[in-house]
Design a protein around this ligand. Structure first.
Ligand SMILES: [Fe+2]
Ligand SMILES: [Fe+2]
Length: 165
C-alpha cells in the first residue's frame, strides 16, 4: 500500500535505480556531484511538477531519471558543444538497451537540452523535463561554486595563519 509521494516515486523508479549499468552513473561527475544524484534530483522535481499538473507523470518521471544516461567515455574529447547537443541521443540509446521507451519518453529525453538539441520538445512533459533539468543544473552549479569559493577562502586563511607563525 503506497502512502506517500516519496514511496510512490521510489516504486516508480525502483527497477532503474537497481540497474547495475545505470548505477555506474554514481561514479560519473556532473555539476560537481555524481550524474546519478543529478538524475535522481531531476526525476523527483519532474515527478512533483507533472503530478501536480495532472500530466503523464509516471512516464515523465522515468524519462527524467534516464535523461542523462550516458558515460564520459562515450563523449568526444574537446567537443564540449557537440557533446551538449549529442548526449541526449546517447541517453536514449543506452536507456533503450534496458527499457521499452515510448515515443513520448524518447522525445522527453532527446529534447531535454532544448534549445541546444537536434530534437524539439513535442509534449508538455518534455517541456517540464527541460525546465526542471535547467533549474536543477543552476542550483547544483551554484552550490558547487559556493563550496569551491569557501574552500579557496579557507585555504587562503590557513596559509595566512601558517605563514605568520
Ligand atoms: Fe543532459
Ligand atoms: Fe541533466
Amino acid at each position: 500500500m503506497i502512502k506517500t509521494e516519496k514511496e510512490e516515486f521510489n516504486v516508480l523508479i525502483k527497477d532503474i535505480i537497481e540497474n547495475s549499468s545505470f548505477r555506474e552513473l554514481d561514479s560519473e561527475m556532473h555539476h560537481g556531484i555524481s550524474r546519478f544524484q543529478h538524475s535522481y534530483r531531476v526525476a523527483w522535481g519532474v515527478y512533483k511538477l507533472t503530478k501536480k499538473l495532472h500530466f503523464q507523470y509516471q512516464e515523465a518521471t522515468r524519462a527524467a531519471l534516464l535523461h542523462d544516461f550516458y558515460f564520459n567515455y562515450q563523449l568526444e574529447e574537446n567537443g564540449d558543444v557537440k557533446n551538449l547537443v549529442e548526449h541526449p541521443s546517447m541517453a536514449v540509446l543506452n536507456a533503450s538497451k534496458y527499457y521499452d521507451l515510448s515515443e513520448r519518453q524518447k522525445n522527453m529525453i532527446e529534447s531535454h537540452m532544448f534549445p541546444l538539441c537536434k530534437v524539439m520538445p513535442k509534449y508538455k512533459e518534455s517541456f517540464c523535463i527541460t525546465l526542471v533539468d535547467k533549474l536543477v543544473a543552476i542550483y547544483e552549479q551554484n552550490r558547487y561554486k559556493v563550496g569551491m569559493k569557501l574552500g579557496v577562502y579557507l585555504l587562503f586563511l590557513f596559509n595566512m595563519l601558517t605563514l605568520q607563525k
